[in-house]
Design a protein. Structure first.
Length: 376
């Protein structure tokens, strides 16, 4: 199969539009299917530099890392790297009065940290925080592949590919990053964070098609990544920060989510939201949560109609009715005519028609799983 357009939703690549719902959707800054309706009600966020340095003292804090450190998921991007004023580094800096140099960047790998971020370190750096490693394993590609309907997905292959990198390449890459941190900031308090578990075993979103076994394997991969990060961090004499306990009961589809499921804009998906970043801040620096929560506006809500319409457009981006994908459906025992009909109904401007089509597509995926065994 060729899920390039669906993959673009999670990686920020703009794709051709098909749906007549275009007037309700926007794609700013190259982000496909970005929904802006809910953001207009949100107050303009403060700049990350201003927010972090309002109470700054002489304690130098450098925040390295990837999207989990840049605050992706808080719906408050400030630049191409995201660097949200509601990301945990900014929350820590505000609460503790630290002078923050925000280097973390959405999409960063260990190579990016080495090439573009550690140069900010100096012998005067007092504190360094970081999350890194997920993108080395192809986080966005793996999530996207596993979210596809069962008859189109190679989730097992995607997970296995990430685990191969984790076991054979990431250990040396982590050694290199930690060595660069030690060289650049030899006296710093270094705190390296792990990743929370994304899933609770239930996929409550009509747009994604994670099987139970896939969610189990994805969580297991997160455990394995965290084990490596902990071993490397403590072996280098630094502090490992484990968010899994704090995030327990706050996964995607839990009653109180600290992690976004599929979200609008798409780039916000499967990352900690504002509450999740408060949780991250608390495990990185205990005592931060109270100050952070008292000054943080809630995430902007998205209307049901806009959300349903965005879901339909995102499913259309999977190209379920392409020749190749219709052949795959037929090979899986699913009528191509059924798929074609569902796609036509997803093009409707009627939210009820769209919702019914999404529900039927979800049932098709469940039946496929029942016939062919759980994926993952």
């Amino acid at each position: 199969m060729s899920p390039a357009r669906h993959r673009a939703m999670l990686t920020g690549v703009k794709t051709p539009r098909r749906s007549p719902l275009t007037t309700l959707l926007a794609a700013p800054a190259g982000l496909a299917l970005a929904l802006t309706a809910g953001l207009s009600a949100q107050a303009d966020p403060p700049s990350p530099d201003g927010a972090a340095s309002a109470q700054a003292n002489d304690t130098s804090y450098v925040a390295l890392g990837d999207s989990f450190s840049a605050g992706t998921g808080t719906r408050a991007s400030t630049d191409d790297c995201y660097r949200s004023p509601y990301g945990y580094p900014a929350l820590i800096a505000n609460a503790q009065g630290l002078d923050l140099d925000y280097q973390a960047c959405s999409g960063a790998t260990t190579a990016d940290v080495l090439n573009n971020q550690v140069g900010a370190l100096s012998p005067q750096t007092d504190l360094v925080t970081m999350t890194i490693g997920g993108n080395d394993l192809g986080f966005a590609d793996v999530i996207t592949e596993c979210a596809l309907p069962g008859w189109l997905s190679n989730c097992t292959g995607a997970i296995n590919g990430g685990l191969s990198v984790l076991r054979t390449q990431l250990p040396a890459r982590y050694d290199a990053v930690l060595g660069a941190i030690d060289s650049g900031a030899p006296s710093a308090d270094v705190r390296i964070g792990g990743y929370p578990l994304l899933f609770n075993g239930k996929d409550c979103n009509l747009l994604t098609f994670f099987s139970g076994s896939e969610m189990t394997r994805l969580n297991a991969a997160t455990h394995e990544l965290n084990t490596l990060v902990q071993q490397k961090t403590t072996g280098a004499g630094h502090t490992f920060v484990d968010p899994r306990g704090a995030f327990a009961g706050h996964a995607v589809c839990d009653n109180v989510e600290w992690i976004n499921g599929l979200s609008w804009p798409i780039v916000e998906s499967f990352h900690p939201n504002r509450a999740g970043n408060v949780g991250y801040a608390e495990v990185f620096w205990p005592g931060t949560a109270g100050a952070a929560t008292s000054s943080m506006p809630a995430d902007a809500a998205t209307s049901r109609a806009a959300r349903v319409q965005a879901e339909a457009d995102a499913v259309l981006a999977m190209d379920l009715d392409s020749r190749a994908n219709l052949r795959a459906a037929a090979g899986a025992g699913i009528s191509p005519a059924t798929i074609t009909d569902l796609v036509q109904r997803l093009d409707s401007a009627d939210a009820e028609v769209v919702t019914a089509a999404l529900e039927e597509l979800s049932v098709l995926d469940e039946r496929y799983e029942a016939r062919h065994g759980a994926r993952g």
